[in-house]
Design a protein around this ligand. Structure first.
Ligand code: 5GP
Ligand code: MG
Length: 193
């Protein structure tokens, strides 16, 4: 274990079990949505679009989509809110263009953690402008006490207290995304700024 790690909050086995449950639930709900939305699946095969919000959702999304036994496609979007050595959101900003072909598709936004809600609000408002068939939000972690925006999150892996966590895709200053568990860092791991 890295010396900067204070303790494990959610270990890899619990993450894996929960991600599989979420993938199965999503696949069930989306298959039902596709079956009942009136489109001919042969004429319109690209009905379900998963949109991981990079960089943090990369690891979660990689596991989640492999737990979804159904036809789907991927579009990527990059948003930043915690630049550099910061543990306080500076407000979400798009760092890449949103894919422009989401009209009439079932869109699932995937993020690592729902905190103030500014990231998911920004992206879901932009997706909504394209008139998709539906929008769902799926996050691994939720900090409900921190919410500042009215965001409905359909799939939430774990609710956690207001504490800064890293691992399983989540970073501090670009590091620790590769840790397999969700962990808290020791206070001396944070630099001033
Ligand atoms: P929001 O826009 O909801 O305030 O924050 C969402 C984004 O902030 C997440 O995608 C994530 O990048 C970042 N974030 C929020 N809380 C944490 C945390 O505890 N640890 C890390 N590493 N990032 C966080
Ligand atoms: Mg993020």
């Amino acid at each position: 274990m890295l010396p900067e790690i204070d303790r494990i909050l959610i270990d890899r086995e619990r993450i894996s079990q929960r991600v599989h449950e979420m993938g199965e639930q999503l696949a069930k709900d989306l298959s039902e949505a596709v079956r009942t939305d009136g489109h001919d699946p042969l004429a319109h095969p690209d009905r379900v679009v998963m949109v991981p919000i990079l960089t943090g959702a990369m690891v979660f999304a990689a596991d989640l989509i492999r737990a979804m036994p159904m036809k789907l496609s991927l579009r990527l979007v990059t948003v930043s809110s915690y630049p550099g050595q910061s543990t306080e959101s500076k407000g979400a900003a798009m760092r890449s263009a949103l894919p422009a072909d989401l009209a009439d598709r079932h869109v699932v936004l995937i993020d690592d953690i729902l905190d103030t809600g500014s990231t998911l609000k920004l992206v879901s408002d932009l997706v909504a402008e394209q008139s998709p068939a539906s929008i769902r939000c799926c996050v691994l972690l939720d900090k409900p006490d921190r919410r500042q925006h009215d965001i409905r999150c359909d799939y939430n892996g774990f609710s956690i207290p207001d504490e800064f966590v890293v691992g399983y895709g989540l970073d501090y200053d670009g590091f620790y995304r590769n840790l397999p568990d969700i962990v808290a860092l020791r206070p001396d791991a944070f630099r001033a700024g």
